[in-house]
Write a protein that binds this ligand. Structure first.
Ligand code: SF4
Length: 202
C-alpha cells in the first residue's frame, strides 16, 4: 500500500536516497525542487506524501522542505504558509487525516499537469524527446540510443506506462527482465519501487 516499510530517512539522507532509489516521477520532482527551490502545489503534495511513505518523519520533513526552499523564502513565509501544509499532510492539522502516498494509478489519472507543473508520471506526461533526455540523464545505465531505450519507448507509445517503468527498474537494478519488483510484480506504486530498491541494496 506504499505506507512504507523501509528504515527511517532523515532530511540529510534524502539526496542520497533520491539518487539511488527514487522512481522517475519522484526523481523528476526532486531535481526540479533542487534546481528551482520551488514546486507547485500538486508537485509538493506528490513528493511530500511519497517522502512520508519512505520513512521521513514530520520533524525531518520540515527541515527538508525549509532547506530546499532556501533563501528564496523567508522564515516567516515558510512558517505561515508551508509548515501548516506539511503538518497537514502528516495528519497533524485540520481533519487529522492520515493521507496515504499516491499510487501510480492516481498519479497517472488525477490532476493532469499543465506545462508549468512538475507532478505526474514522466512516462505519461513528458514528450518522447523530453522523456529520453530525462531518463538518460537521470539513470546512467539507460543510454539514449540503446535497444533498451527503444523498448521502453515502445511501451510508452502503446500506453503501457507501468511496463516501461518496471523495465527501467530492472535495467537500473541489474534485475532480470520479467522479474520486476520481485516474482514478476510490476511497478504500481512509487513507494514500492523505493522500498524494493532499498531492500536490494541491503
Ligand atoms: Fe512514478 Fe508510477 Fe510513473 Fe513509475 S509508473 S514514474 S512509479 S507514477
Amino acid at each position: 500500500d506504499g505506507s512504507g516499510n523501509g528504515s527511517a530517512v532523515t532530511a540529510e539522507m534524502v539526496d542520497d536516497v533520491a539518487r539511488k532509489h527514487f522512481p522517475p516521477c519522484m526523481r523528476n520532482l526532486y531535481e526540479r525542487l533542487k534546481r528551482d527551490h520551488h514546486l507547485k502545489h500538486f508537485g509538493r503534495l506528490q513528493l511530500g506524501l511519497f517522502l512520508k511513505g519512505i520513512g521521513l518523519p514530520l520533524d525531518e520533513a520540515i527541515v527538508f522542505w525549509r532547506r530546499m526552499y532556501g533563501s528564496t523564502m523567508s522564515d516567516d513565509k515558510f512558517n505561515k504558509e508551508y509548515k501548516y501544509n506539511i503538518r497537514h499532510s502528516y495528519g497533524q492539522e485540520g481533519k487529522r487525516a492520515n493521507y496515504p502516498p499516491k499510487s501510480c494509478q492516481q498519479i497517472l489519472t488525477q490532476n493532469q499537469p499543465g506545462t508549468q507543473d512538475s507532478h505526474g508520471c514522466p512516462f505519461r506526461h513528458f514528450s518522447p524527446d523530453n522523456l529520453i533526455t530525462f531518463l538518460s540523464n537521470s539513470y546512467p545505465q539507460l543510454e539514449r540510443s540503446s535497444p533498451e531505450m527503444k523498448e521502453i519507448m515502445d511501451s510508452v507509445k502503446s500506453t503501457h506506462y507501468h511496463v516501461a517503468c518496471t523495465r527501467v527498474f530492472e535495467l537500473t537494478h541489474g534485475v532480470k527482465k520479467g522479474e520486476g519488483l520481485g516474482e514478476g510484480e510490476s511497478v504500481g506504486h512509487p513507494n514500492k519501487w523505493t522500498d524494493r530498491s532499498r531492500e536490494l541494496e541491503r
